[in-house]
Design a protein around this ligand. Structure first.
Ligand SMILES: [Zn+2]
Ligand SMILES: [Zn+2]
Length: 321
């Protein structure tokens, strides 16, 4: 699977101040030897930590899961735009592509990239649009009323098939099994669990866990049970999450609590708060690594920050590249 957009709430370009902070930190670390020629400079850049040499990314929610022949996309935040451009280089550019888009919910940051997903404008491509509520078509159409967007929803040339998941509890696409669960979020959201080839990935964004009693958490733990990868809405620090009760988001601390209880192998922190810098995200990850030690000293849970372009290959023991 590949993270295509990892920012929450609103697309967030890196500011000039943040760029300068990265540059200043890089220059602090450089030695004359590092700067001597093009090769040494490149090696120096390659050796810098992610938060200095690059960016976690400003595009909003989108995750691509390739399960054998089937391509699944979770959410159509602005991260779906660069994904679409990449897909145009293969069969989607020839009108021979097939994909399945699942929506967690239809807040702006999860649908805004949809009209910019170029494969939708190529005749011959086919997409299923999946959502557990009946009115996805109206919701997506509404985003493209002419007051809000110049191109109407009806302008797409690809064939679109709406799949209402409402009265089902699972669907199968080839050998892929997908289940879902309603989550607590303003106007509700849905998490998805994808199982294929003995591996499982859970896409659980935009969800708040208000009541942390074992009884209340049990349905979530059951849904997350034994997952190879849990993609988790950890928008706020634990403290800010307490202040923003009812805003519909969670934190890394609650994520690792749930992951440990559900015997999850890896957790990806996702839907990053737009005001948090890359340095702050790394700091939150370090605090979370400290937090887990006393509560689960024997845990082998692997935790990491999702960033744009990060690929996790679950068929190769979850290695990242
Ligand atoms: Zn969101
Ligand atoms: Zn939302």
């Amino acid at each position: 699977m590949i993270f295509r957009g990892v920012r929450g709430s609103i697309p967030t370009p890196v500011s000039a101040e943040q760029m300068q902070e990265k540059l200043a930190k890089a220059l602090e670390l450089a030695t004359p030897e590092d700067l001597k020629d093009a090769a040494s400079r490149q090696a120096f850049i390659d050796g810098l930590p992610m938060e200095i040499r690059a960016c976690f990314g400003g595009n909003s929610s989108c995750v691509q899961v390739q399960a054998g022949e089937e391509m699944l996309i979770f959410d159509a935040g602005t991260g779906i735009r660069p994904l679409g451009l990449e897909l145009m280089q293969c069969q989607f550019g020839k009108g021979q592509g097939r994909g399945h888009i699942f929506f967690s919910h239809t807040h702006w940051d999860h649908i805004q990239g949809f009209p910019f997903f170029v494969p939708l404008y190529v005749k011959g491509n086919h997409f299923t649009l999946n959502f557990p509520l009946a009115n996805l078509h109206e919701r997506l159409q509404g985003q493209q009323f002419h007051e809000f967007f110049p191109v109407p929803f009806e302008a797409y040339s690809a064939s679109l098939e709406f799949t209402d998941l409402k009265d089902k509890c699972e669907i199968r696409i080839g050998d892929v099994r997908i289940t879902w669960k309603e989550m607590y979020h303003p106007d509700k959201s849905f998490s998805y669990r994808v199982e294929y080839g003995g591996k499982s990935v859970i896409y659980a964004t935009d969800a708040e866990y208000q009541n942390l009693s074992p009884e209340e958490l049990k349905p979530n733990i059951d849904f997350f049970q034994d997952a190879d990868l849990l993609i988790f809405d950890s928008m706020y620090t634990f403290g800010e999450g307490l202040e923003k009760r009812d805003w519909g988001h969670s934190s890394t601390f609650i994520g690792v609590d749930l992951a440990v209880d559900a015997n999850v192998k890896q957790i990806a922190f996702y839907h990053h708060e737009p005001t948090y810098s890359d340095f702050k995200l790394v700091d939150i990850l370090k605090q979370t690594e400290k937090y887990i030690k006393p509560i689960a000293p024997d845990s082998n849970l692997n935790m990491f920050l999702a960033y744009e372009g990060l690929t996790v290959d679950l068929m190769q023991d979850g290695s990242q590249g």
